[in-house]
Design a protein around this ligand. Sequence first.
Ligand code: BTN
Length: 267
Amino acid sequence: MDEIKKGLKNSDEIKKSLESKYIGSEIYYYSEVDSTNNLAKRLAENGAIEGTIVISDTQKSGKGRMGKKWESPTGGIWLSMVLRPKVSLKKAPLITLATGVAVARTLKGIGVDAKIKWPNDVLVDNKKISGILTEANANFNTLDYVVVGIGIDTNLNPETFSEELRANTTTLKRELDQEINDFEIIPKLLKEMEEVYNLFKEEEYEKILSQWRELSQTIGKSVKIRQPLGKVLEGYAIGINNEGVLIIELEDGSFKKIVSGECINNE
Ligand code: BTN
């Protein structure tokens, strides 16, 4: 019961400062869940409206990309949203890029110089501060719903991360040298998300891509990409096409389109 009360209080706290029109119109707030993405998917299956948000103080089984775990103790923003774009499945990667833009812009808005590493890691000074996990469900080729999960390390101390993460991770508290009020950041994030997602719905893909390119620290650099089955490709990142696919030039001068993977050397 206490948990429910706490959840309602926190939802109200966010709703009070909401600047978005439909993203965040329904907020489910928990103190602990397995994964906000899993819960958002269950809500979407049961008809949750576009813009429904799930937030939790902690996640027992937070999920990262490429099957990795996402460490989610108290002190971060762990949030997922349900979107229902009526477009082809091929466009799903653009939603992930759009989310990267929204997160980076939110962080820039509070004075942090955030950059995006392809496809969707948000970095400050080359250290990861935020990750995005998009899970799409389609009927034939049309998207039914998309769950976009965002994790932002706000008030954590990097020293408390596992050894694997410690060297390459930072937090807002560390960058700004002060505690952050998540309830001030979440409404800003939802507003940025609504703006860029509206561009997506209006099929203004080029506008999203140009914002992404401006924030990107991958394009124009030599990169090493680990693909989902483990194969590593090295090349020069030429750009992203209008479906959000990364184009790299390999050493032999040929071009390769990369739909998904992880950029493992992007300084
Ligand atoms: C990554 O960079 O690997 C993506 C991390 C995504 C983490 C967020 S936290 C909220 C949402 N729920 C999850 O289980 N994962 C995403």
